[in-house]
Design a protein around this ligand. Structure first.
Ligand code: ZN
Length: 88
């Protein structure tokens, strides 16, 4: 299992750099390549994370950076990498 600090709180996608920094307090204010969630805004509280995730899934889980989507992408498997305090 990889370091949860590197994973999107909304969708579990593994970022190249930890989206909230290694201290977990320094958000990058970037968009997640997968869910498009805004790091530092849409993922700043558990409630917002869950609302943003439900909205993303309700839209059919579109990729923000379509070219980044792995051919064998499996949403459910990726969601298992969501840091545990932000899971449903
Ligand atoms: Zn994401």
């Amino acid at each position: 299992m990889s370091d949860s600090r590197y994973h999107c709180r909304i969708c579990g996608w593994r970022h190249k750099k930890p989206p909230w920094g290694l201290d977990g307090k320094t958000p990058f204010f970037t968009h997640c390549d997968c869910c498009g969630g805004e790091v530092g805004w849409q993922d700043r509280t558990v409630d917002l994370v869950k609302k943003t995730r439900a909205n993303w899934m309700g839209r059919g889980s579109p990729w923000f950076s379509k070219g980044m989507k792995p051919e064998d992408w499996n949403r459910e498997r990726q969601l298992e990498d969501v840091p545990k305090e932000f899971r449903d």
